[in-house]
Write a protein that binds this ligand. Structure first.
Ligand code: NAP
Length: 485
């Protein structure tokens, strides 16, 4: 089994207007294996002219695509869901190769990512407006939902499949066309996904994929074009701000899924076994390289030592290695820079007074690895509590009261995911209302679900992906005023 087999001849090129082709000038971009730093393969390095061609193709396809029957759009998504599910092992292998996560974890992402297609296959036929009588009587007020128009999607490397399907799924369901730019470090999964959508019958030009290293100029050029009507971005807050600024001239619709700094609150009445299980998921999913990753463990002082001890024992026994090898629990980080950044945060935390319960170093392996790490007594203002760690490190900070916990949890510019462990229902309700985050997990370390609205507040962005809300991001409302008959 080799995930690279998902890509047929020419499919490491650009997909524009239904044709796979080389980049203008034939330039290529290396894809690196993070488990050893070697070159895995290469893909086309699209130019700015290629990007404009892709937008031309999306614009040309828009009117016909908007007129297709919702059922037809839904059936394409449903077929693609089935094809991805049949080839789940290959998709998982491919994703593991380019991104590093274990094959078992990648299978989880394939199931999660494919589910957005099934969910939006079902939502495509439930797009509707309303009919009402004006309050004063007489005239009738009608609303009609229409696709936003050609979209630009920019996705990150950490979830190469799911970050694509949760944009592409609702866009197809709503009748939008699109240009997709995957992260340069993980372009292969997106190309394989595009090939599946073609096979499922998606008409030429609806989905166009451009892999490119000319990232900044690419978004600048396309966003300056008045034909582009919407940008959906998943990635860092810094880049999100650039894209928001670039949207101003053409007033594009925006969805911004940005960084996080999730607090994981453990109260004195929590079931500690469940809290440790949840912490393992919330911290270690994707080696900690997730926007939803528990970034700050805020634990009541009376149970902090015990929680740290139990979590340290679990984290300390994980096997680090190549994601495609049997028995490996934790794959490599994405690149050398990621390892350096995690190492620096741990060094600074120890300097600030943290104790290392387990890990605390990069192992002596060829690729970009870091050992699962637990730190206790981390001061609340240590940099590791301020920044997104994006690695397998769990810093524990103690609190004395619920008010204290809420204050610490909200003391961040971010507002994406948060987690709470308590057995007190009244406290759960208070926290769900007091925490300034788009998502609150109660006694669970896994909140992502295609049927739920995923998204953040504050510097974590705006807009929602998944759920009933996700398709609204791709629809405009036209109000039609009718006189009484
Ligand atoms: P990133 O550096 O912001 O890159 C994300 C994407 O943006 C990549 O495709 C990248 O292209 C592209 N990009 C970079 N500069 C750009 C520019 N000037 N114009 C247009 N595109 C540009 O983020 P990352 O390091 O890949 O991903 C990690 C971040 O994503 C974390 O902050 C994480 O929290 C966030 N994230 C958020 C969510 C969510 O749903 N809220 C989900 C997953 C990840 P290149 O690859 O070519 O540089």
């Amino acid at each position: 089994m080799n995930g690279l087999d998902l890509l047929g001849p020419g499919q490491r090129g650009l997909l524009i207007g239904g044709s796979w082709r080389d980049a203008e000038g034939g330039k290529r971009l290396d894809v690196i294996d993070p488990a050893d730093g070697s070159v895995l393969t290469d893909v086309a390095d699209g130019s700015i002219a290629d990007a404009v061609d892709a937008l031309d193709a999306a614009v040309d396809a828009q009117a016909d695509w908007a007129r297709t029957a919702p059922r037809q759009r839904g059936e394409i998504l449903r077929t693609a869901f089935e094809l991805i599910t049949e080839r789940a092992d290959l998709f998982a292998h491919l994703m593991s190769l380019e991104m590093g996560k274990t094959v078992a974890e990648a299978k989880g992402e394939v199931a999660y990512g494919a589910e957005f297609f099934r969910w939006y296959a079902e939502e495509a036929v439930r797009i509707h407006g309303r009919w009402m009588q004006a309050p004063a009587g007489g005239s009738r007020l009608l609303t009609v939902k229409k696709p936003v128009g050609p979209c630009l999607f920019i996705t990150p490397w950490n979830f190469p499949l799911a970050m694509g399907t949760r944009k592409i799924g609702p866009a197809i369901a709503a009748g939008c066309t699109m240009v997709v730019k995957p992260a340069s470090q993980t372009p292969l999964t997106m190309l394989a996904l595009a090939a599946v959508l073609e096979e499922a019958g998606l008409p030429a030009g609806v989905l166009n994929v451009v892999t490119t290293s000319h990232t900044g100029e690419f978004s600048e050029t396309l966003q300056a074009d008045s034909r582009l009507r919407k940008v959906s971005f998943t990635g860092s807050t810094g880049v999100g701000r650039v894209l928001v600024r670039q949207s101003a001239d053409q007033l594009q619709r925006l969805s911004m899924e940005l960084g996080g700094n999730a607090p994981f609150l453990v109260f004195e009445d929590a079931d500690l076994d469940a809290a440790v299980d949840g912490a393992m998921v919330a911290k270690m999913r994707n080696m900690g390289e997730a926007c939803t990753a528990a970034n700050r463990f805020l634990v009541h002082a009376s149970v902090a030592e015990e929680f740290a001890d139990r979590l340290g024992k679990r984290m300390g026994t994980l096997t680090v290695g190549r994601g495609q090898d049997d028995g490996v629990d934790v794959g490599p980080l994405i690149d050398e820079r990621a390892v350096e950044s995690v190492s620096q945060l741990v060094t600074d935390a120890v300097h600030d007074g943290a104790r290392v319960v387990c890990g605390g170093a990069a192992p002596d392996l060829a690729g970009y690895f870091y050992l699962p790490t637990v730190l206790l007594d981390v001061p609340a203002d240590s940099e590791i509590n301020v920044q997104e760690i994006f690695g397998p490190v769990a810093p524990i900070t103690t609190f004395e009261s619920e008010d204290d916990a809420v204050r610490l949890a909200n003391d961040t510019e971010y507002g994406l995911a948060s987690y709470v462990y308590t057995r007190d229902l009244a406290r759960t309700i208070r926290l769900a209302e007091a925490l300034e985050f788009g998502m609150v997990g109660v006694n669970t370390g896994l909140i992502s679900n295609p049927a739920a609205p995923f998204g953040g507040v504050k510097s974590s962005g705006f807009g929602r992906e998944g759920g009933f809300e996700g398709i609204e991001e791709y629809l405009e409302t036209t109000y039609v005023a009718l006189p009484a008959g």
